[in-house]
Design a protein around this ligand. Structure first.
Ligand SMILES: C[S@@+](CC[C@H](N)C(=O)[O-])C[C@H]1O[C@@H](n2cnc3c(N)ncnc32)[C@H](O)[C@@H]1O
Length: 252
């Protein structure tokens, strides 16, 4: 059967909601601390966690905001986040099942928006950024965190290839230069940009997405053929674990 991209995303993530709630890569990190610090400064009345996944941003925002809406394309993710929020005693978290590219919210409905490790899955990155801009009040902070591709094409290509083999819902890890340009086109002004690095543990990275043995073997093959440049940049390890670049951007 022919599937739309959004159906592939829902299948990939919907079946793995619990794994994303429990994922230690997603549950912690200095980027999450940074998001909470910005929220503590802004004290938003209503914050949006766009592409909430396991809800780790929403739980942090809930401590600093009047209320939080956790939205995601996958209904199972939203259900898992609401159940987890209730278990944590966070009564100010609501859920919404919606594509980033067509959000069911009024213009300027939120006074803080955070979006972490989601945009690289979107069918239409630019439409999602325009929607983020539309639903955010003027002058309010938007925080974007994502995996980024290196600017050099050989490194960029290696990253996209292993990402797509691991997860068919992968669209593109954008370069920092692409993020800056796209945010500008969507009407955002960048206030802060931080570059970080994140180690991906190969066994849990592939298990979380139920990557087939065939695709795991293909990734390992690509890694074994990688140039010294590629192996060095991604700090490739013997078991396939590697380190990626991420970016944390505050825009208004
Ligand atoms: C890696 S998880 C997000 C992790 C989470 N934000 C965190 O910080 O732990 C990516 C999420 O983006 C969602 N997603 C992918 N494409 C989307 C889209 N077009 N609109 C809304 N959500 C989307 C997926 O369903 C998935 O739950």
């Amino acid at each position: 059967m022919t599937q739309t991209h959004d159906m592939i995303v829902r299948r990939q993530f919907g079946e793995q909601a619990a794994a994303y709630v429990e994922s230690s890569v997603h549950a912690g990190g200095e980027d999450l601390d940074w998001i909470e610090q910005v929220a503590a400064r802004a004290r938003p009345a209503h914050a949006l966690d766009l592409g909430t996944g396991g809800g780790h941003v929403a739980y942090r925002l809930a401590r600093q905001a009047g209320r939080v809406t956790a939205s995601d394309l996958a209904g199972e993710m939203v259900a898992a986040v609401l159940a987890t929020a209730e278990g944590k005693g966070l009564a100010n978290v609501a859920g919404e099942i919606a594509p980033a590219e067509a959000l069911p919210f009024a213009d300027a409905a939120f006074d803080l928006l955070a979006c972490r490790f989601s945009a690289h899955h979107w069918r239409d990155f630019e439409a999602g950024l325009r929607e983020a801009r539309r639903v955010l009040a003027s002058g309010a902070p938007a925080l974007f965190v994502d995996v980024v591709a290196p600017e050099r094409p050989s490194l960029d290509m290696h990253l996209q290839a292993v990402e797509l083999l691991r997860d068919p819902s992968h669209v593109r890890d954008y370069r920092v230069s692409e993020w800056i340009a796209a945010l500008g086109r969507a009407g955002f002004e960048i206030r802060d940009l931080r570059s970080l690095r994140l180690r991906m543990d190969f066994p849990s990275w592939t298990a979380r997405m139920r990557t087939s043995e065939l695709h795991v073997a293909a990734i390992r093959s690509l890694q074994s053929l990688a140039s010294a440049d590629v192996a060095g940049h991604f700090a490739l390890e013997a078991d396939g674990s590697f380190t990626i670049d991420t970016v944390a951007i505050e825009a208004i």
